[in-house]
Design a protein around this ligand. Structure first.
Ligand code: PLP
Length: 434
């Protein structure tokens, strides 16, 4: 049976149900699987012949053990991994894996869709509504909203920072309807995250309604995010040399999932933590000091996180050993000007149109290949460039096609409740609309 402990207290042990439905441990720590063991070498031998769903099933069975019957797990995967994550070769050394082929055009669809179905499975047969409270810096909210759309027994509240998400992201967040309510907060992403934390710590509120989170702090989102690392490896694998993976990072959930995959035996030589000017993790890798700061607005706004929650998980995985962390993780950050340069370079050199997040990952990979080691690398493209038309089109000098699923959201009317950065006001809304 799988158990989870808290990053604040290794004595804590909770079930899968508690870890996923609670989101955050009572002591404010993040849940970690008790053990992450290497997968069988036979799995890696056959990995190139497996489909994405087959890989996802093997990995999730390995992580979740016997916790969920295989037929149920298979159903969860068939309903959540409904789109591809193709690997594209740009050159002998540079590959990109596209994680934006889901309903909201961002990699967050993977985590959100799997977690929604996992939660629905875990609450089967109960009659109390569950309220998902989620803070978003851009893409989480819509992925979660669509992930949970019309899942029975679940209501979703999305807090997003007013004026700090793109017009398209806002449309995606505020046009879902049904069991999803958007709350437009006059503050930053960190403020939204703090409000969510405060709600979870509010005993009175949690007695009235059953609250849970869907941020990347939820371990139910991290598990599925490890799938595509295996799948990317399966696609690139042709018997040749070490591979590094560059991950455009904000709250560091995606990268943590990659480190889980490595712990499960995936032979990735090193990960590159590529950030925008919100560089507390690259700075930590450089100086050994973790100094969170207020978030700074950038072009790659889904990574505007000054105090990444999942840093606690990374520290925990390596027992705070800086040298061991450095061995697996290389950090580097880029300005908006550099990000624009990355978008231009990708078009000029490889005819590849990237979004600002993918461009940061590309720059991270190039930096590593130039300054550290000329190793074959994959960078993760985490959002479709059509989500950032205003930035991308002038740089690439042509129109970017807008996928129809995005156009449909753009054509609908925004519906959101505006709120100040004030916990009591948030609570009043949660109370009144239950
Ligand atoms: C959320 C997001 C990221 C950052 O992922 P983390 O898991 O928070 O580090 C990167 N790119 C895009 C497009 C995102 O939406």
């Amino acid at each position: 049976m799988i158990r989870f402990y808290s990053t604040n207290d290794h004595g804590v042990r909770v079930s899968l149900e508690e870890a996923v439905l609670r989101g955050l441990a009572r002591d404010g720590g993040l849940f970690m699987p008790e053990q992450i063991q290497p997968m069988d070498s036979s799995f890696f031998k056959k990995i190139s012949s497996l489909s994405f769903q087959e890989i996802a099933l093997e990995v999730s069975r390995h992580v979740l053990k016997e916790e969920i019957p295989v037929d149920q797990l298979k159903k969860i995967i068939e309903q959540s991994i409904t789109f591809d994550a193709p690997l594209i070769r740009l050159s002998d050394e540079i590959y990109v894996v596209e994680l934006f082929h889901g309903p909201t055009l961002s990699f967050k669809d993977f985590g959100a869709r799997f977690m929604a179905r996992l939660m629905a499975y875990l609450i089967r047969g109960q009659n109390q509504n569950i309220h998902i409270l989620v803070a978003t810096s851009g893409d989480t909210g819509s992925a979660v909203a669509y992930g949970f759309l019309n899942v029975p027994g679940i209501k979703v509240w999305i807090l997003y920072p007013k004026g700090q998400v793109s017009m398209i992201q806002e449309k995606q967040l505020t046009t879902v309807g049904h069991n999803v309510t958007a709350l437009e907060i006059d503050g930053t992403f960190d403020d939204c995250q703090a409000l969510v934390k405060q709600a979870f710590n509010d005993q009175e509120l949690s007695q009235r309604m059953r609250l849970t989170s869907a941020n990347s702090i939820n371990v139910g989102r991290l598990i599925p995010q490890s799938f595509y690392y295996f799948y990317a490896y399966a696609q690139v694998k042709n018997g040749s040399g070490p591979i590094v993976i560059s991950v455009p990072s904000g709250n560091f959930g995606n990268l943590t999932a990659g480190l889980f995959a490595k712990k499960m035996g995936l032979p990735i030589e090193r990960f590159i933590a590529a950030t925008n000017r919100n560089d507390s993790v690259p700075k930590y890798l450089e100086t050994g000091k973790f100094r969170p700061h207020p978030s700074i607005q950038t072009l790659s706004n889904a990574m505007d996180v000054g105090n990444p929650s999942n840093f606690a998980r990374i520290l925990d995985l390596y027992e705070g050993d800086l040298e061991r962390i450095r061995k697996d993780l290389y950090g580097v950050s880029f300005t908006d000007e550099q990000t624009k340069g990355g978008i231009r370079e990708l078009v000029e050199e490889y005819q590849y149109v990237a979004d600002p997040h993918g461009a940061v990952a590309y720059l991270g990979l190039r930096d590593y290949q130039r300054n550290v080691k000329k190793t074959k690398g994959i960078f993760l493209e985490t959002a479709h460039p059509a989500k950032f038309l205003e930035v991308v089109e002038p740089l690439v000098g042509r129109k970017v096609d807008v996928p129809s699923r995005l156009q449909e959201a753009l054509d609908r009317k925004k519906v959101a409740i505006e709120l100040p950065n004030d916990y009591d006001r948030l609570k009043a809304v949660l109370n009144s609309l239950d």
